[in-house]
Ligand binder design. Structure first.
Ligand SMILES: CC(C)(COP(=O)(O)OP(=O)(O)OC[C@H]1O[C@@H](n2cnc3c(N)ncnc32)[C@H](O)[C@@H]1OP(=O)(O)O)[C@@H](O)C(=O)NCCC(=O)NCCS
Length: 146
């Protein structure tokens, strides 16, 4: 049986070096992001860390006003800890969080994990034509190249 995942929203417990390493080198969405930007994004978000023993193995970050809107980003489980249900435990904790209840809109973007989030009621936007964005997917790699 897998070791239990402990989930914490205490920023002080987060392993920012590990989060930066994953996001900047292994994620498909934040390659090249600097340590300073990861630090700032954590400081201004509601973060969920997943721990096995003393080691952080999972992460999710919520950008929110705690009143009307939230956006779920930067979800990952380290490769060697996948397939144990840890991401489901993490998202369980996110949707159960008392300050994320009753929001008018809760969004996320995913390339291929729709099945994971559908369990929690997320679906494709009901009116996609109404949504607009400024999107620069490779912005951190562009910054490195400059
Ligand atoms: C996606 C990710 C977080 C899943 O973590 P995990 O702990 O291995 O997932 P779990 O063991 O909790 O299982 C996830 C469930 O969602 C399902 N699922 C749907 N899409 C999935 C996907 N793209 N990847 C993994 N699981 C997916 C799985 O089949 C599983 O369902 P099951 O329990 O019925 O078999 C992990 O693979 C990861 O970190 N990937 C790289 C980072 C990433 O792509 N994150 C973005 C997600 S938007």
């Amino acid at each position: 049986m897998s070791e239990a995942l402990r989930i914490s929203t205490n920023r002080d417990e987060l392993d920012t070096a590990l989060i930066h390493r994953f996001l900047s080198t292994q994620s498909t969405w934040a390659k090249g992001i600097t340590f300073a930007l990861v630090q700032k994004s954590i400081a201004n978000s509601l973060c969920f860390g997943g721990f096995v023993g003393a080691s952080q193995v999972a992460f999710a970050r919520i950008i929110t006003d705690y009143a009307t809107f939230a956006n779920l980003v930067d979800v990952f489980v380290l490769p060697e800890y996948r397939g144990r249900g840890y991401s489901k435990q993490l998202i369980d904790a996110v949707v159960a969080h008392r300050e994320l209840r009753g929001l008018r809109r809760f969004t996320l973007a995913t390339a291929d994990a729709h099945g994971l989030y559908e369990r929690y009621g997320f679906g494709t936007p009901s009116r996609p034509a109404n949504l607009m964005e400024i999107y620069v997917p490779n912005i951190y790699e562009m910054a490195v190249a400059q």
